[in-house]
Design a protein around this ligand. Structure first.
Ligand code: NAD
Length: 505
């Protein structure tokens, strides 16, 4: 894939059409690999939000999608998955020039996830009970009761920069499967692929106005969406800091919210761990996508008996990770998303040094041919980290691994749980029975055993503690995109069978 780019212009995608923002303003989208402008996107205002919500609401109320049968919706979702497959190269390119993600990540993980998420969510929705019948109950007179699931209306999805397409799809798929309309607001660094996705949905037969994309700043557009009275639910993925704001902003209209927030996962390496699996597994766990993954294994707790050999092997294997341009298929690790993010990560590295952690490898901005203008950071490993250090407590969101030593397994479990986050955790051991027992003691929504970064569309994902609220994926996700109504119908025409009348007569 050529690394040459020309600046493209992107309007918003509302009601099936490309629409420039009402104010006419745009913002630049940069390539983190070289800091060059690759696109200009519409900078939406509150007026654009009102327009998008109004048209999504009209579409919802028209019934053109919300009243379709589950089977009809599934067919269109499957054809949408087909369109993504057909246009995969274009999506890979748009994401490759603007997100810092490597083509290996986008092609090898993201696109596959998108397609599978749509297909499997569509198929799972066919098994989801939209109507349940409760047994006849005699108390207060015989009645039959149906529990009916109904779509919510207009849903807002606010997504982060690290997996723009996948995390949008985790919201789009269940939302549209249940008949809702959705407005996605991608992170302002990375709107391109999501805009293309909306266009593909229309080509696949999704009615206009069901899936809309609005672009702009979180503090303006995001907030206007969250506060809008006609938005029935906000599905947010991003930092815990902004997640807390979203919860506050949703309070005045008592909106439903799901929050997928930050993480500070610990991987526990037991003395019997198989190094052949553990060393590359830990490194993939932390350095995939330059460490910008919410569930990354940023803290690794290693038993004292194998502590130094593990550190040595982690450092040796880290040298094999090739930094380079995201569009070069030989690149293993690209840049972080922005100069701001790079400086934040470098500050954390300095704080690790200041607090007495031992720098084993990396530790600075990466230099070399092709890297100098990009926001590249050397994959960095700190040893002798203690859990009270900032690098062990705060989410760095960059390629920085903290290695800690433990003696007893209970000590390791305590350290793993000693964090405000609770998104994921993991155990590396040959003894899967012990590993599964440890898994029950870890406060995290996902626990991997001898594995990392593996997702299934039928397994819910979400966080304990300050890592989130609610779950995405799995059958349960449909509960998050529907209202539940109880319809209670009397089965008698005899007043004498209605004991409730006796309460006042
Ligand atoms: P962020 O919180 O800065 O931004 C996320 C989104 O919120 C963006 O679209 C942004 O424009 C918007 N936003 C910002 N301020 C807003 C406001 N006041 N009102 C409404 N919307 C607003 O996150 P980021 O830097 O894009 O992504 C990194 C973070 O996302 C990390 O903390 C990471 O752990 C988290 N994350 C979590 C998961 C998960 O599934 N739990 C997955 C990926 C990323």
């Amino acid at each position: 894939m050529s690394t040459e780019t020309k600046v493209q212009e992107f309007a918003q995608f509302i009601n099936g059409e490309w629409k420039p923002g009402c104010g006419g303003a745009t913002f630049d989208v940069l390539n983190p690999a070289d800091g060059e402008v690759v696109a200009k996107a519409s900078k939406a205002t509150a007026e654009d939000v009102n327009m998008a919500v109004q048209s999504a609401k009209e579409t919802f109320e028209s019934g053109v999608w919300s009243k379709k049968s589950q089977k009809e919706r599934t067919q269109i979702m499957l054809s949408f998955a087909g369109k993504i497959k057909e246009h995969a190269q274009e999506l890979i390119y748009l994401e490759g020039i603007s997100t810092g993600a490597t083509v290996r990540k986008i092609g090898g993980a993201d696109i596959m996830q998108l397609i599978l998420c749509l297909q499997q969510t569509a198929n799972m929705s066919l098994k989801y009970e939209m109507t349940e019948h409760l047994p006849v109950m005699e108390t207060f007179g015989p009645n039959r009761t149906q529990l009916v699931r109904e779509p919510l209306g207009v849903v807002a999805a606010i997504t982060p920069f690290n997996f723009p397409l996948v995390l949008a799809m985790w919201k789009i798929a269940p939302a549209i499967a249940m008949g809702n309309s959705i407005i996605v607001k991608p992170a302002s660094d990375t709107p391109l692929g999501t805009l293309k996705l909306a266009e593909l949905a229309i080509e696949a037969g999704l009615p206009k106005g069901v899936f809309n994309v609005i672009t702009g700043l979180g503090s303006e557009v995001g907030e206007a969406l969250v506060k809008h009275p006609d938005i029935r639910k906000v599905a947010f993925t991003g930092s815990t800091e902004i997640g807390k704001k979203i919860m506050e902003q949703s309070a005045s209209t008592v909106k439903k919210v799901t929050l997928e927030l930050g993480g500070k996962a610990a991987a526990i390496v037991l003395p019997d761990a198989d190094f052949e699996l553990t060393i590359p597994g830990v490194l993939l766990g932390v350095f995939f996508h330059a460490g910008q993954v919410c569930e990354a294994s940023t803290r690794v707790l290693v038993h004292e008996s194998i502590y130094e050999p593990v550190i040595e092997q982690l450092a040796a294997m880290t040298e094999k990770i090739k930094l380079g341009h995201p569009l070069d298929p030989s690149t293993g690790m690209g840049p972080v998303i922005s100069e701001k993010q790079m400086n934040k990560v470098l500050d954390y590295i300095e704080s690790g040094k200041d607090e007495g952690a031992r720098l084993v490898c990396g530790g600075k901005r990466a230099e070399g041919p092709g890297l100098d203008n990009g926001y590249y950071i050397e994959p960095t490993i700190f040893a002798d980290v203690t859990n009270d250090m900032r690098i062990a407590q705060e989410e760095i969101f960059g390629p920085v691994l903290c290695v800690m030593k433990y003696k007893e397994i209970d000590e390791a479990i305590n350290i793993a749980n000693d964090t405000n986050y609770g998104l994921s955790a993991g155990i590396w051991s040959r003894d899967v029975t012990t590993a599964n027992e440890i898994a029950t003691k870890l406060e995290a929504g996902t626990v991997w055993v001898n594995e990392w970064h593996v997702f299934r569309n039928d397994a819910p994902f979400g966080g304990y503690k300050e890592s989130g609220l609610g779950r995405e994926l799995g059958m349960q996700v449909f509960n998050e995109y529907t209202e539940l109504k109880s319809i209670i119908t009397s089965l008698t025409t005899e007043n004498k069978q209605r004991q409730a009348l006796g309460l006042i007569f």
